[in-house]
Write a protein that binds this ligand. Structure first.
Ligand code: ZN
Ligand code: ZN
Length: 298
């Protein structure tokens, strides 16, 4: 079965037999010794000065010492690192609900700071956990990139959402029937495996109400978002112990790039390889409704 992902236009082949392949699983685990860890507070001399701190210094925002982008003639950008715990080894699934609240609140606060920089057109927030997800430090952290341009992928996604709304008179995310793809829900958010997932066990989290931007969440919603994010990561960890993953936050920034904001969790279990890089097509070895059922029931 082949599907076209609505939001990105990318094709995904559901090849369920792929999961039966014999595999030599050698899991690479990223471990940075504390002595060399720039994100441990005792090594703060190794990093630029904090721009923002929260939750008794558990959460600290710094400039990335090795930014992807700074300032040149073609593009301008800001690259921050958000260190989200003092504990060198702590996994986000072990954070308290209060810690999760301050983590999500810090993302809101940083978006508000960056919003004031009129040169920025878009902000991408993401987390790489583990070596298979592209992390270079094992100490938990997020990255926040402000860009003076809107990336092509975001342009495409926003156009698709606008087109859907023009044709159907309703937001795409507000119209989906999530019943068979639901992973978990609380009062204000739901987590589901998208029916056209490009990746095995991909989970998206969205607000139940049409909210375009994390900047508009009040404290009650920030808390609920933290709780559901942790819940999804715990469920994923029960399916694949200590799995590497990427978390990507798709969030409206300026009025001209509005989403129904959502958080995408991509477990890095099937390696992206030659086929994906050469064709831009993806192979998924589990149907999203089966992945959702497994996650829902675990
Ligand atoms: Zn550390
Ligand atoms: Zn909506």
């Amino acid at each position: 079965m082949i599907k076209k992902n609505f939001l990105t236009g990318e094709y995904v082949i559901y090849s369920l037999d792929r999961a039966k392949r014999p595999q030599n699983i050698k899991k690479d685990i990223l471990i940075t010794p504390v002595k060399f860890c720039p994100f441990c507070i005792e090594n703060k001399h190794m990093t630029p000065k904090e721009i923002y701190t929260s939750f008794n210094d558990e959460i600290r925002l710094i400039d990335n010492k090795y930014p992807i982008i700074t300032d040149d003639r073609e593009a301008y950008g800001i690259h921050y690192v958000l260190i989200d715990t003092k504990d060198h080894e702590k996994n986000i699934i072990n954070y308290t609900d209060e810690h999760m609240f301050y983590l999500i609140k810090s993302i809101k606060d940083i978006l508000n700071i960056l919003y004031e920089d009129k040169k920025l057109k878009y902000v991408q927030i993401f987390k790489n956990k583990g070596i298979n997800a592209g992390a270079s430090q094992s100490h938990s952290h997020w990255q926040i990139l402000g860009l003076s341009m809107l990336p092509n992928k975001q342009k495409y996604m926003i156009n698709m959402l606008k087109q859907y709304e023009r044709e159907k008179g309703k937001c795409y995310f507000c119209s989906i029937d999530y019943t068979n793809n639901l992973v978990y829900e609380n009062n204000s958010f739901l987590a589901f495996c998208p029916k056209d997932s490009l990746y095995c066990y991909e989970i998206n989290i969205i607000p139940k109400k049409h909210i375009t931007n994390i900047r508009y969440l009040d404290d009650i919603l920030l808390k609920q978002l933290g709780v559901i994010l942790k819940k999804c990561l715990i469920k994923l960890d029960l399916i694949y112990s200590n799995v590497d993953y990427n978390i990507c936050v798709y969030n409206g920034f300026r009025e001209d790039n509005e989403y129904h904001f959502f958080i995408q969790i991509i477990p890095r279990v099937g390696n992206l390889a030659g086929f994906e890089f050469s064709t831009g097509m993806f192979v998924n070895s589990i149907l999203p409704e089966d992945a959702a059922k497994n996650l829902r029931e675990i």
